[in-house]
Design a protein around this ligand. Structure first.
Ligand code: 4AD
Ligand code: MG
Length: 544
């Protein structure tokens, strides 16, 4: 066993900076030292984590976790244990364990909590590459009729059971990748001399227009909002500290129930003094490439668990293509786009026909098949049905998307579907720049060569995912900003502090915001952002 300190009671820490030992709660009035403070290897845990099994081949270890799945017959059981760090198959032959252990192994329910001791063997065929030859099994916590079984559930059922669904292998993989993306974000900025600064969540001003504000009663009838973006405060902090980034929750009362919209999401917003639009774009592309690289390097197992085709992610190298809004509009309306959509429709029809043919053949075969072949055929049928549903949905949508692209009018904002179509033209993220000022926020700098345009950039993720980053160069002229605040129907008095930034050492500056959930959704290949945050909040969901 690792660092085997047996702990028997809750403890509290004495308020002291000396490395004195902890005391037992029950011994509070006679402070006797307990557990030796001289942990040689710094270990806290008295068990091994599944992700560390590679360091313990041919050793005996104790694992603690939950039963993910099981199979077996007669005198042998195969228990798949999960502990949050990974999954491992534990082999329990009846004649190798005592009667109590066998009784637990033989009658264990999905998600029961277990402590399993055994020796680690390396086995290339085993999922994860290691297996445990079990000596003893102990039950820590019972489980009942666990509602989320490995069979297919509808999305509404899964969302209702989100607190349990999180334990599934796919959600384990998504959250591990989300975690890696978060650490990659900090690495990226910390290595480049950025200061992490936190913007307030309760604010007195709108950032991204007033139509998506969540408001709440503050004291003395003052109105307050949940922030839509940390940007404006980020600008103040950039003037104080040069290069900063915020990493926090942001809120939008979005009435749109799409696969890209949450009402609460996490945004990472760098803001840099003395950066122009091109420097901003370069930072954005380096940033996205760094995140993707980190996941490719460190999350191989998780990407595989999600069946994510990584070849598209491997293309994500800088520089990213850049197209102006004008060029994007032209591309949407082009014959090339129309043909591309027609080809997609054709390919999907073909794929659907092939899948239905395979399904029919399988059904004919199923009659005489052996039990294990029947199981395989049934599993494949679930897959086929799922893919056919997806294809049918796409076939319903594509004609509308084509229509929307062909008739797109200069001056409108791209809808999610227009973005999707645009991304099909590129093998990596594409940067769209210089948008009509009308569709952008009040703080955007105007293009000195064309006053109709705002110096904004959006980064669209490939494979149809669309916008993951929005940002731009900020307006610095005091009078221009005052005009814009008025033109956008915003109250000037709550922006007084923001206007101060243009009175005292105003400098060119830029920044952007990356939506964490949209980024996770793209990298993990999930088709909806609701699977990329532990407890999603949408127009229709505040529970669990
Ligand atoms: O494009 P947005 O609205 O830009 C801003 O808020 C700027 N103030 C950021 C800045 O320049 N500092 O939002 C930025 C990103 C989007 O590209 C998208 O990835 C994400 O935030 N986002 C959402 N993600 C999930 N649900 C929503 N409702 C989102 N709205 C925006
Ligand atoms: Mg945007």
């Amino acid at each position: 066993m690792d660092g085997a300190h047996v702990r028997t009671a809750p403890y509290f820490v004495r308020h002291s900076f000396s490395p004195s030992p902890l005391r037992r709660m029950s011994d509070a009035d006679s402070p006797a030292p307990m557990l030796s403070p001289d942990r040689e290897d710094g270990t806290i845990e008295d068990f091994t984590r599944i992700e560390d099994l590679a360091d313990h081949v041919d050793e005996t270890v104790t694992l603690k976790g939950w039963l993910h799945n099981q199979r077996g017959s007669g005198g042998i059981k195969f228990l798949i244990l999960r502990d949050g760090s990974g999954f491992v198959q534990c082999v329990v032959p009846q004649d190798a364990v005592d009667a109590d252990s066998w009784a637990v192994a033989d009658d264990v329910r999905q998600e029961a909590a277990l402590e399993i001791t055994g020796s680690v063997s390396a086995d290339e065929r085993a999922p994860g590459g290691y297996e445990l030859q079990v000596d003893a099994v102990e039950r820590i916590g019972e489980s009942g009729d666990y509602p989320v079984t490995p069979k297919e559930h509808g999305i509404d059922f899964l969302m209702e059971h989100r607190h349990l669904w999180l334990r599934s292998e796919s959600q384990w993989a998504v959250m591990r990748i989300r975690n890696r993306i978060e650490t990659a974000i900090h690495e990226f900025f910390q290595e480049r001399g950025f200061l992490q600064t936190d913007a307030p969540i309760l604010t007195g001003n709108a950032v991204e227009g007033t139509s998506t504000l969540f408001d709440l009663d503050y004291f003395d009838d003052e109105s307050a909002y949940l922030t839509q973006s940390g940007q404006l405060h980020g600008e103040a902090m950039a003037m104080a500290y040069g290069k900063v980034y915020t990493f926090g929750p942001t809120f939008r009362a979005e009435k749109s129930a799409t696969r890209r919209h949450l009402t609460e999401f996490w945004m990472i917003e760098p803001e840099m003094a003395f950066y122009d639009l091109e420097m901003n774009a370069q930072l954005a592309e380096d940033f996205v490439a760094h995140i993707v690289q980190a996941v490719l390097e460190d999350c191989e197992e998780e990407l595989e668990a999600l069946d994510r085709d990584t070849s598209a992610l491997e293309q994500v190298e800088t520089p990213f293509p850049r197209i102006s809004y004008d060029e994007a509009v032209e591309l949407l309306r082009s014959d090339e786009t129309a043909e591309m959509i027609d080809e997609r429709i054709e390919a999907l029809n073909e794929e659907k026909a092939e899948l239905l043919e395979e399904k029919e053949e399988n059904q004919t075969r199923r009659g005489q098949a052996k039990k294990h072949v029947k199981r395989k055929i049934d599993a494949r049928e679930i897959e086929i049905n799922k893919r056919v549903d997806e294809i049918e949905e796409a076939l319903r949508n594509l004609p509308d998307w084509k229509e929307s692209a062909q008739t797109f009018e200069w001056g409108s904002d791209f809808g999610g579907d227009d973005e999707t179509v645009l991304t099909w033209h590129f093998d990596r993220p594409v940067i769209v720049h210089r948008f009509p000022a009308e569709i952008k926020a009040f703080y955007m700098k105007r293009d000195p060569d064309d006053d109709r345009l705002a110096m904004g950039i959006d980064v669209l993720a490939p494979e149809g995912y669309g916008e993951i980053i929005g940002g731009g160069e900020r307006a610095t002229d005091l009078d221009f900003l005052k005009e814009q605040i008025e033109a956008h129907d915003l109250p000037e008095d709550v922006f007084d502090w923001y206007l101060d930034l243009r009175k005292f050492g105003s400098v060119p500056h830029s920044g952007f915001g990356l939506g964490l959930e949209r980024t996770v959704s793209w990298i993990t290949g999930r088709d909806h952002v609701r699977e990329t945050i532990p407890f999603p909040r949408t127009i229709a969901r505040l529970h669990p």
